[in-house]
Design a binder for this molecule. Structure first.
Ligand SMILES: Cc1cc2nc3c(=O)[nH]c(=O)nc-3n(C[C@H](O)[C@H](O)[C@H](O)COP(=O)(O)OP(=O)(O)OC[C@H]3O[C@@H](n4cnc5c(N)ncnc54)[C@H](O)[C@@H]3O)c2cc1C
Length: 382
């Protein structure tokens, strides 16, 4: 058993860390305060091939493995949660299913531009009445008319929505209902009938815009069906398995950033005549944080590695997401605690990181849903 990363994986970490230190981290506070979409760093990432990192070269990507992609998201998250989520959603929720389920023609048309970073992608599952329960809740309906799908309904919370070039929408295609009544359909976001609302006002992740969208007679060719008709739920669950590794990696990056800030502060701040790092209570927190981050990191890499090996990874991805996102919540909490009152101030990054991380235990399946996935796997139900 070898617990070292490969030369290539280490090289990707160095490349991304360098870019993040130069372009992402310095912009993070500004992105949070203004809500401006971080196009600058995203353009640099596109040039470096990072927006298609784990997509095969023949489809415009860099052909790296899923462990490398997890490392990249972790490193971006270490610099800025918003930028990390934009990339994680683009790569995991849009490029991922196009690569996995797309036909050759669909890959050429829709995946290649996304993997080259010529546009962003997004995935629309959630609706006003459908979040954890997609099978029962999705009302957006795609009707076959002649050689087209005509889509009517609404979606909520689309990460990258209005900034994206291509959306994959989960639609009901059979009014009879049931788990075989949903399908994924590829929809260019400039198709007439699509109306995005204003970006939602959120607790954190201000630079990652999230949209409600209404769909009125949105018409796309029948050949925009992604994968198999009636298999949209299965394809979505598989997509989320991959996406969850990305969210878990993002939480590891956020926790790492909060941890580094806390360690630096603990060495500087003095109380009772010595640096607070010399107080045993602070040392205990630092030791616990370091250990929890390391454990989460390896759960994430293990899930990504299993995916690279073609092994089952549903349970591993759910475990990585559950553990990493909740671990980061605690690490960010302790990082603020170590900063005392200053941790509650916008002068220091830890309050932003805490807010940014809060989403991670909700998006792409809540912690409660991850526990259901894990328990079912353990109990052998699925
Ligand atoms: C910033 C942000 C970005 C997002 N990006 C996207 C995106 O790009 N695309 C997209 O489609 N969606 C996106 N979402 C939506 C997100 O995936 C959903 O919010 C999430 O899946 C939870 O669904 P819900 O909000 O409807 O909560 P609900 O499903 O209503 O759940 C409410 C609560 O009940 C719990 N619960 C539900 N069912 C059970 C059960 N069976 N057992 C125990 N507890 C249960 C949940 O865990 C939760 O605590 C985003 C959300 C946010 C906030």
């Amino acid at each position: 058993m070898d617990f070292r990363l490969t030369e290539e994986q280490e090289g990707i970490r160095r490349l991304v860390r360098d870019l993040v230190e130069r372009e992402v981290k310095p912009l993070a506070a500004h992105t949070d305060e203004t809500g401006e979409f971080p196009w600058g760093p995203l353009r640099t990432m596109a040039k470096l091939g990072l927006l298609g990192l784990n997509i095969p070269e023949e489809y415009g990507g860099a052909g790296a493995d899923h462990v490398s992609a997890a490392i990249m998201i972790e490193e971006i998250g270490r610099g800025c949660g918003s930028t990390g989520l934009i990339v994680a959603a683009h790569l995991g929720l849009a490029c991922g299913p196009l690569n996995r389920f797309g036909t050759e023609e669909q890959k050429r048309r829709f995946l290649v531009p996304l993997a080259r970073g010529e546009g962003l992608g997004c995935l629309g599952l959630t609706e006003p009445g459908a979040g954890s329960d997609l099978a029962g809740g999705v009302r957006t309906f795609a009707e076959k008319r002649g050689d087209s799908w005509v889509i009517n309904g609404s979606k909520m919370w689309l990460t990258n929505g209005a900034e994206a070039k291509t959306a994959i929408l989960l639609c009901r295609t059979d009014k009879a209902g049931g788990s075989r009544s949903l399908s994924q359909i590829i929809v260019p976001t400039d198709t007439p009938g699509i109306t995005f609302g204003k970006p939602e006002r959120k607790m954190g992740l201000h630079g990652s815009h999230t949209y409600a969208v209404s769909l009125e007679n949105v018409t796309v060719p029948l050949e925009n069906l992604l994968g198999r008709e009636g298999f949209g739920l299965h394809q979505t669950l598989e997509t989320l398995d991959g996406g969850r590794i990305g969210i878990a990696a993002l939480s590891v990056g956020l926790a790492q950033a909060a941890f580094e800030a806390a360690v630096a502060y603990a060495k500087e701040r003095k109380t009772f005549g010595k640096a607070i790092a010399e107080h045993q209570a602070i040392q205990e927190k630092i030791a616990n944080m370091a250990t929890a981050i390391e454990a989460a990191r390896w759960l994430v890499y293990r899930a990504a590695w299993a995916r690279d090996q073609g092994l089952p990874y549903t349970r591993l991805a759910a475990q990585a997401k559950l553990f990493a996102t909740e671990m980061a919540e605690k690490v960010c909490y302790d990082a603020i605690q170590i900063h005392g009152g200053y941790g509650y101030s916008r002068e220091y990054p830890v309050e932003r990181i805490y807010r940014d991380n809060r989403l991670m235990a909700i998006g792409e399946g809540t912690s409660e849903i991850q526990r259901i996935v894990i328990a079912r796997a353990v109990l052998g139900e699925r």
